[in-house]
Design a protein around this ligand. Sequence first.
Ligand SMILES: NC(=O)c1ccc[n+]([C@@H]2O[C@H](COP(=O)([O-])OP(=O)(O)OC[C@H]3O[C@@H](n4cnc5c(N)ncnc54)[C@H](O)[C@@H]3O)[C@@H](O)[C@H]2O)c1
Length: 239
Amino acid sequence: MALRLAKDGAHIAIVDVEDENARAVADEVRKLGRKSITFNADVTNRDDVYAAIDHAEKSLGGFDVMINNAGIAQVQPIADVTPDEVEQILKVNVQGVLWGIQAAAKKFQERKHKGKIINAASVAGHDGFAMLGVYSATKFAVRALTQVAAQEYASDGITVNAYCPGIVGTDMWEEIDQRFADLTGAAVGATYKKYVEGIALGRAQTPEDVAAFVSFLAGPDSDYMTGQSSIIDGGLVYR
Ligand SMILES: NC(=O)c1ccc[n+]([C@@H]2O[C@H](COP(=O)([O-])OP(=O)(O)OC[C@H]3O[C@@H](n4cnc5c(N)ncnc54)[C@H](O)[C@@H]3O)[C@@H](O)[C@H]2O)c1
């Protein structure tokens, strides 16, 4: 997404709890001729999120689009979910998005100009997936926050939408696949393969597929769209 938006002409602030990947991506953005900075923040910490946005604005000279992408997965049958696990995933996937919406909207209001807030939901925010119960619940919650924020900030010229990917071959899916293997005895790789076989277009989603849609949400062609959590999954969940 950072690289795609840089190609679209944006300067990019990359915020993550992990520095190494963020710095590597920032280097790639700079090679594309755009400014890029990194900022270490934990999205569960509200102050961190506000600080990240202040830093982005000061370093890059503006602030126009916020992408609340950070999220974690959790593969656990409902019978075995523990309070600590629920608390952790709610903090990252729900509170992280909430603080991101709140802080970004406040900055847009201060700057007195319109802005775009884009949240990471999932096909699991439209259908509950077995063994991903609490994860699915967090993504349903992101859809709710997206709908409400769209209504509350519309008069400020701020749009709020979400992208709902399907099966993207990232670190997250490696972790999900491994957890299914540990819990069910499935071979490593089998769960990922099973899900990909259910995709009508016949292949896993790439980060570039997601980025292309986020580019649309970040750009002027989506100006009349708000409050939507749109599925982009190659044909897996139909709404
Ligand atoms: N991979 C998929 O198939 C898929 C499908 C649908 C939705 N999504 C969603 O897309 C988003 C990105 O997923 P991904 O597959 O790239 O995941 P990933 O695990 O590959 O990357 C997630 C990134 O978020 C960062 N992060 C995690 N917790 C954080 C925190 N507390 N504060 C700041 N940064 C934090 C991680 O360091 C990492 O860089 C997530 O919200 C995920 O739920 C992914």
